[in-house]
Design a protein around this ligand. Structure first.
Ligand code: SF4
Length: 88
């Protein structure tokens, strides 16, 4: 069976995008020793942050959807205790 450029291109085009490693995932770390539980992060981005009854912020997911990146950055900037940190 002859090998053609067309067949070669098709194989590359059919690879899933996730294998290409084009994007860098965002991860958020909450420092419980710094958090004072004032809910700023929760009010800005409840999809990613929660605050427990003992006033400690929790990050709800390690896989933050790209559509929430701006809200997460805003929440991190708004934290008055600098208890949130982004790793990208
Ligand atoms: S904004 Fe900062 S201090 Fe306030 S609950 Fe969230 S992590 Fe804690």
């Amino acid at each position: 069976m002859p090998f053609t450029m067309r067949g070669r291109w098709r194989r590359h085009a059919s690879r899933p995008a996730i294998q290409r490693n084009w994007g860098v995932a965002m991860k958020v770390i909450a420092d419980s020793t710094m958090c004072e539980g004032n809910l700023e992060c929760l009010l800005i981005c409840p999809e990613v942050f929660a605050v427990s009854e003992d006033n400690q912020a929790k990050v709800l997911t390690d896989n933050i959807p790209t559509g929430l990146y701006d809200k997460v950055r805003l929440a991190v900037q708004a934290c008055p205790r600098a208890a949130l940190r982004i790793e990208e």
